[in-house]
Design a protein around this ligand. Structure first.
Ligand SMILES: Cc1ncc(COP(=O)(O)O)c(C=O)c1O
Length: 457
């Protein structure tokens, strides 16, 4: 089979194939919001369609493409690995590439000592739950309101958004939510001495919510005091995204477990990792007959391990952590400067290149009435009036941060250029400006979206 010929031959069938054999609702969503483009090429920060139009990708595959797409250094390493016909997944053996990647990861997070590899973020969360229960002999897991840790059963049991759980219960027992950024509530939940782990995202992906500066250091102290393991889910925030290798470094916190995935393979292979203290790891893998007590068949596969090694090298060589800090800081500041100019725009928040623009109810009567009508149809619809024209008019791919939020989120590749940053600034200003014209083209779109939302109820 010539795969490229096959793709070419069937290029007009793609939406029909998905409608018939895969998720037809996704096809409906794409058609409705006008994101139904057939991309044919991807390079760096850009996607290209069949007509050669260039799109700036601020979604990065939900945060996967920190290096941009198809980074040549990672491609070269993967080609070398395939060409060498290396053995892998022997299973009754140990993988040299996994040893090397674990060594490099621990060098970046030196207060931890052991690594467990898996295939995704949610699997890293599942492993963390099991490790924490096993190491502490306790069963309760605390998570934060607004949290997102993945969609398998354990991770779903730690999800702060009810809508993801609908229809899937019962979930894992002994999982308890605590309100975001509330130290008193956390201490109350911990003081029974029965909590195995407290899991948190240093910056929540759902709304780009950043905790107050005292929160994480004090949460770490409370967890240590009550014998609870601190688990940082850095699946989205890790690997330089926020301007530090791990986001917890902003607050000087050293968790007992750090979870990585998404950007770790440069976007080439499914890969997740749990970095942990030796004492925890040794409680799980504590006897020879438990050498395979947790794991998965494809964990430590060569392509993922090699891609991980190449990704870490690129992050260092191209100084991407520093780039996220400097360019992200600039972008945050310049987008933030729009807040006083536009009534709907309330706040620009985040760190590095994890950026949220929060919109809210305006003061002036005409805009307020329009906002209220839209909110009544569907809370959070306003943000689609930003992301849709950003895409249609400016070819910028972005997302609404989460269900029912009023936050538009940008997760650009960390290789974003200055010119790309200008592209973003110009486009945001244009679209937000237009959203303040009632009636106007953005509100025509709002009306269409609202009637869709009402029909779908
Ligand atoms: C913070 C966080 N944890 C876990 C996950 C789950 O990762 P995956 O989709 O690879 O299972 C995600 C995915 O968006 C995430 O943002």
């Amino acid at each position: 089979m010539k795969i490229l010929e096959l793709l070419q031959e069937r290029r007009d069938d793609v939406f029909a194939l998905h409608e018939q054999y895969l998720n037809a609702q996704m096809v409906r969503v794409l058609h409705t919001i006008g994101f139904d483009v057939r991309y044919t090429k991807a390079e760096g920060s850009y996607l290209f369609d069949a007509e050669g139009n260039r799109y700036l990708d601020l979604l990065s595959g939900w945060g996967v493409f920190a290096l941009g797409r198809n980074h040549p250094r990672v491609v070269e390493v993967l080609r070398d690995v395939l060409a060498a016909e290396l053995p892998q997944l022997v299973q009754l053996d140990v993988s040299p590439l996994a040893g090397l990647l674990a060594e490099r990861l621990i060098a970046r997070v030196p207060y931890l000592e052991k690594v467990f590899f898996c295939n995704s973020g949610t699997e890293a969360v599942e492993a963390a739950i099991k490790f924490a229960r096993c190491a502490t002999g306790r069963s309760k897991i605390l998570y934060l309101s607004g949290a997102f840790h993945g969609l398998t059963y354990g991770a779903l049991s730690l999800n702060g958004d009810e809508r993801f759980r609908e229809g899937f219960g019962p979930l894992l027992p002994d999982c308890e939510v605590v309100p975001f950024d509330d130290l008193e509530a956390l201490e109350r939940a911990l003081c029974g001495g029965d909590v195995a782990a407290f899991i948190f995202e240093p910056i929540q992906g759902h709304g780009v919510d950043v905790p107050s500066d005292a929160y994480l250091p004090e949460a770490a102290r409370l967890c240590a005091k009550h014998g609870t393991l601190l688990v940082a889910d850095e699946v989205q925030t890790g690997l330089g995204r926020t301007g530090r290798f791990c986001a917890v470094e902003h607050w000087g916190v050293e968790p007992d477990l750090v979870l990585l995935a998404k950007a770790l393979s440069g976007g080439f292979a499914p890969l997740g990792a749990v970095l942990t203290r030796k004492a925890i790891f040794d409680r799980v893998f504590n006897r020879m007959d438990r050498a395979v007590v947790h794991g998965s068949t494809f964990g430590k596969n060569n392509l993922a391990m090699a891609a991980g090694l190449a990704t870490l090298e690129v992050i260092e060589e191209e100084r991407l952590v520093e780039r996220a800090a400097s360019l992200g800081g600039e972008l945050l500041q310049k987008l933030g400067a729009l807040v006083p100019r536009f009534e709907f725009l309330k706040e620009v928040r985040g760190k590095g290149l994890m950026i949220g623009m929060r919109f809210g109810e305006p003061e002036s009567l005409k805009l307020k009435t329009a906002w209220k009508l839209l909110e009544r149809a569907n809370a959070g619809l306003f943000c689609q009036m930003i992301t849709i024209p950003l895409f249609a008019r400016h070819r910028i791919l972005s997302q609404v941060a989460g269900h029912g939020t009023h936050v538009v989120k940008f997760l650009p590749p960390l290789i974003l250029s200055e010119a790309d940053a200008q592209w973003v600034l110009g486009a945001v200003e244009d679209v937000v400006n237009d959203a303040h014209r009632v009636p106007g083209s953005v509100w025509d779109l709002g009306k269409k979206l609202a009637s869709h939302a009402v029909r779908n109820r």
